[in-house]
Design a protein around this ligand. Structure first.
Ligand SMILES: C[S@@+](CC[C@H](N)C(=O)[O-])C[C@H]1O[C@@H](n2cnc3c(N)ncnc32)[C@H](O)[C@@H]1O
Length: 218
């Protein structure tokens, strides 16, 4: 892995596939877009554990992976993706080599939905999660499931991020015959009615929402 962060970002964004999926990434100015926020939050919070649910080509787990590597205290990214778009995440040896090609050895991939993952032994080992990034199947029901699955395992200053969270739109990412409407926003609207939470929408890229406890632990 290039020690220099800008060189690492240039290599990451050099892959056109990692420029997709609405994280407001830019190319010419080596701009991570919302990735700066992912990187910055992980550097500020220093989480031992980050959970990422769903990613097309790994932009989010890799940016978190780089941040945890730069933290230098052994943090791990746990990345769940059942590879529903195509075969990209199906071969574990290939997945590991892909992350290693970006200098990352701290991302553990699970070829599983959240439902499958919470029934597996690896889930029992996850404690004190500092960041959960929810970017899997974008329905209200699945976003709620993903949120509630990890809610009881969060550290006191944890932040949950939901992507594609601000508007309803039809997605055909799983094929024309499996088109569906993104309804994560409806779940976010229920979170906004909870006085125990701080909820912040960021209308950049395909939209991002940050959620944390309203109780301050300073
Ligand atoms: C394509 S991504 C969405 C795009 C995303 N904005 C990005 O940056 O890559 C959604 C991913 O969620 C995964 N997924 C779908 N249902 C899931 C579930 N129930 N649990 C975990 N991951 C899921 C899919 O395999 C897919 O790769």
């Amino acid at each position: 892995m290039p020690d220099d962060l800008n060189s690492w970002i240039s290599a990451l964004l050099g892959d056109a596939e990692l420029m997709k999926m609405g994280h407001a990434q830019g190319g010419a100015d080596t701009n991570l877009g919302l990735g700066w926020l992912y990187y910055g939050l992980a550097r500020i919070l220093h989480p031992a554990t980050v959970v990422v649910i769903g990613s097309y080509r790994g932009f989010v787990p890799m940016v978190f992976g780089r941040a945890l590597a730069d933290n230098g205290d052994g943090g791990q990214v746990h990345f769940l993706d059942p590879s529903m778009v195509d075969d990209f995440w199906k071969d574990e040896a290939r997945v590991e080599a892909y992350f290693v090609s970006h200098g990352l050895r701290n991302i553990r991939h699970y070829l599983a939905t959240t439902q499958q993952f919470i029934a597996a032994s690896a889930f029992g080992e996850l404690q004190s999660i500092g960041i959960v990034f929810i970017d899997g199947y974008h329905t209200e029901e699945q976003a709620r499931f993903d949120y509630e699955a990890f809610h009881g395992r969060l550290s006191s200053n944890a932040i949950v991020l939901l992507h594609d969270s601000m508007r309803e739109r039809t997605s055909r990412i799983y094929g024309e015959d499996r088109a569906y409407v993104h309804t994560v926003k409806r779940f976010v609207d229920t979170l906004k009615r909870n006085p125990g939470l701080q909820v912040l929408d960021l209308p950049f890229g395909d939209g991002l929402t940050l959620v944390r406890s309203a109780t301050l632990f300073v």
